[in-house]
Ligand binder design. Structure first.
Ligand code: Z5A
Ligand code: MG
Length: 214
């Protein structure tokens, strides 16, 4: 009898700066692996590939001038550079836990203003669609208290508030989002995220991966 191929789930964590995305992504991968579930971490921007090197320069160097549409497309291209790798892993049965994705791309560019929302979304259409998106919400006062805030471009209150509003708007457009208030302890947040993730892994195992279509 032929063995049924089971794919992994595509799980994304989004949220404003310092909301704990990287912390939760790392812990989620560890928790899954400890339960003998194949899992891997991925993060965007992926600063290791070709587009990622340009993006890193843009983020850390405030003197780096780049047209807003050009940097938007670079962030998107940075995801497209990883499509084959994502599909191979997912269809090989590995669950991917992704630290920021297309929604960060849309929200940060939209928060700058001057670019049409549909144009911003267009560059993301066709990328693998997440099975589940967690949105970690945290007010600016709490975020600003956390280590490392304010070191890169975009890490200021006005920008973060706009981004937060756009994330909330995007969360309402699809039914695969879970909005989680992120001021609780790392451990209690992790328990919530793991619960939802295990449900989704079981539910989508035999379903085909969808593509983003805004
Ligand atoms: N960007 C874009 O414009 N377009 C795109 O398409 C994409 C991104 C993908 C860099 O992203 C920038 O790129 C970002 C968006 C833009 N600009 N901004 N803002 P990044 O992902 O590389 O950013 P980062 O430097 O990793 O920061 P971060 O991701 O915003 O932080 P975080 O991952 O959410 O937080 P953390 O590193 O897990 O935690 C921060 C600190 O808080 C740390 O000391 C933790 O120990 C602590 N922490 C975490 N959880 C808790 C709880 N629950 N309680 C107390 N303390 C906690
Ligand atoms: Mg992070």
């Amino acid at each position: 009898m032929m063995k049924t191929v089971q794919r992994g789930a595509l799980i994304v964590i989004e949220g404003v700066d310092r909301s704990g995305k990287s912390t939760q992504c790392k812990k989620l991968v560890e928790s899954l692996i400890s339960q003998n579930i194949k899992a891997q971490l991925m993060n965007f921007p992926d600063r290791s590939n070709l587009t990622g090197k340009l993006i890193n320069e843009y983020l850390i160097n405030s003197d780096c001038k780049l047209n807003d549409r050009a940097i938007h497309l670079l962030f998107s291209a940075n995801r497209w550079e990883n499509v084959e790798k994502m599909n191979t892993l997912l269809y090989g049965g590995t669950t991917l836990v992704v630290d920021r994705y297309s929604y960060s791309g849309i929200a940060f560019s939209a928060a700058k203003g001057g670019m049409d929302m549909n144009w911003l979304k267009q560059a993301e259409n066709g990328l693998p669609k997440p099975d589940l998106v967690f949105l970690l919400t945290l007010n600016h006062e709490e975020a600003a208290k956390r280590v490392g805030f304010g070191e890169e471009r975009y890490e200021n209150e006005a920008m973060q508030k706009k981004v937060s509003n756009i994330f909330s708007q995007l969360a309402k457009e699809e039914d695969n989002w879970r909005v989680i208030e992120a001021s609780d302890s790392i451990e209690s947040l992790q328990a919530i995220l793991l619960g939802h993730t295990l449900d989704v892994i079981a539910r989508v195992a035999k379903q085909e991966l969808k593509s983003l279509h805004f």
